[in-house]
Design a protein around this ligand. Structure first.
Ligand code: HEM
Length: 179
């Protein structure tokens, strides 16, 4: 009897921790895959709820609407270090670099939803406004094509480390169609 009770408590704990480590997972309507990376999202009223996964112990990131290469894009970049999820709101200041919006006089407009780093896979979940008050974020038009940048780093949980992988896609974020 005692053994059975211990067993069910142990199973209960496993389930609770199992859910917690995944974060508060939202249901997503669309997913794109690029090499060892995925970007899933849904349009949730005035916000975009997103999830990034990549085969890395380092950072994962998505950028929207660059003017040229990385420049002028609105970035969401995050990592998980010792179980703590960090996700930041950045802006493409040059064609090969980005800075935090708050350092540019803007605001942090990313809501952290969850994240995990397990078995060499980093996952972050977040929400961003489609129309932000911050001029650096720009607007995401879900009825038109959006240039979407995806990238991940390697090894270090440092946003200063360059990507191991990066790609550019054209996506209608409303319908999920990839051009
Ligand atoms: C500190 C972090 C970063 C550094 C130092 C960096 C640096 C660079 C450099 C030097 C290039 C040009 C050479 C090349 O193609 O590899 C480049 C291109 C690119 N980067 Fe980054 N990057 C960083 C973060 C990011 C992030 C967070 C994303 C997207 C989420 C990204 C997406 C891209 C893409 C898509 C290109 C190719 C652009 C094109 O040729 O059209 N980068 N980056």
């Amino acid at each position: 009897m005692l053994q059975r009770m211990i067993q069910s408590v142990a199973i209960g704990c496993f389930l609770v921790f199992g859910v917690a480590s995944q974060g508060i997972a939202a249901d997503y309507d669309h997913t794109v895959e690029a090499k060892k990376m995925t970007f899933s999202w849904k349009i949730d009223g005035e916000n975009l709820a997103g999830k990034l996964t990549a085969e890395t112990d380092g950072w994962v990131g998505v950028g929207f609407n660059p003017s040229e290469k990385m420049k002028d894009a609105n970035y969401v970049i995050g990592y998980v270090k010792k179980g703590v999820v960090t996700i930041v709101d950045e802006f493409g200041t040059t064609s090969t670099g980005h800075k935090n919006d708050t350092k540019l006089g803007g605001t942090e407009d990313v809501k952290v939803v969850g994240g995990s780093e397990e078995g060499g896979i980093t996952t972050i979940e977040f929400s961003i406004p489609l129309k932000s008050e911050d001029k650096n974020d720009g607007n995401i038009d879900v009825t038109a094509d959006t240039t979407v940048l995806l990238a991940y780093g390697a090894g270090r949980d440092s946003l200063k480390s360059k990507h191991k992988f990066r790609t550019t896609m054209t996506i209608n974020l409303g319908t999920g169609e990839v051009k």
